[in-house]
Ligand binder design. Structure first.
Ligand code: SF4
Ligand code: SF4
Length: 250
């Protein structure tokens, strides 16, 4: 889309110029975007050529652009004054380090990742950290503004309640079983575990716990568990699922 915008701006300033855009796939998914591309073609005369540029070289003070038009199935040669490469947007170099510090995820392209694309699109997996704008991926200005508004509302709602709502499956420690080995403290990725020197056991900071279950899996004494997600409950769920699938098969 920004290539189209730049081509139109060029045409508005250089009235007798001719902008060309080589493309493989026009990403115009958004309200009014398709019409914007159409307007560029019809009103500003931007010529879109589906295909790749194969060669660029200087020729008589111009830049010769040689490419292929895959729709017309022919070679195209253009004498250009200026050739601009439409660069892809990439994450800021410090994004990965920031994500590691905040314990939030990055997606396969290196941008910060939301907790769930449909159900929690504004939140990271760590409570209290929200996403807005191009930190999450390439976006245009209206999308950034609406996402930032949504994120601001989320933050306001976080502080508007009298109590902080927690996940029902946060970790807990059986004081009788804890052997004070501190393994859970070292494995907790959210720093929700600490050692209570007075009691001589590991405890859970419930406001920080994200119910990931790492401490439960690592605890050698069986002292750690998740509320509402005990071994017995998991076993019952698994048994019930297996029974259901057996009934379907029979
Ligand atoms: S890993 Fe288990 S036994 Fe060890 S300190 Fe943590 S809760 Fe206690
Ligand atoms: S469930 Fe995860 S976040 Fe919560 S205390 Fe255990 S390791 Fe930390």
């Amino acid at each position: 889309m920004y290539s189209t915008n730049q081509a139109m701006l060029y045409k508005h300033h250089v009235h007798d110029g001719q902008p060309y855009i080589f493309y493989i796939d026009i990403r115009s998914g958004g309200k009014g975007y398709e019409e914007f591309v159409e307007r560029a073609q019809k009103e500003d005369g931007v010529i879109y050529i589906r295909g790749k540029v194969s060669k660029l070289y200087r020729d008589n003070g111009k830049v010769k652009v040689v490419g292929v038009d895959t729709i017309a199935n022919k070679t195209v040669e253009i004498d250009a004054d200026l050739v601009v490469l439409a660069m892809a947007m990439v994450p800021t170099p410090g994004t990965k380090a920031l994500a590691n510090t905040l314990k939030i995820q990055v997606g396969e392209n290196g941008f910060l990742k939301e907790a769930h694309p449909k159900l929690r699109p504004l939140e990271s997996i760590t409570a209290g950290y929200y996403l807005a704008g191009c930190a999450q991926g390439p976006k245009d200005i209206p999308d950034v503004v609406s996402q930032a508004s949504g994120t601001a509302s989320k933050v306001v709602s976080l502080f508007s309640g009298e109590y902080l709502q927690l996940e029902p499956t946060i970790a807990t420690v059986d004081e009788e079983l804890c052997s004070a080995c501190r393994i859970c403290i070292s494995v907790c990725p959210y720093k929700a575990r600490e050692f209570d020197e007075e009691k001589g056991i590991a405890i859970v900071n419930e406001a920080l716990c994200e119910s990931c279950g790492s401490c439960v899996a690592a605890c050698p004494s069986g002292a750690s568990s998740q509320r509402n997600l005990t071994d017995k409950q998991i076993s019952s769920m698994a048994t019930s699922i297996l029974k259901e699938s057996e009934n379907k098969d029979s």
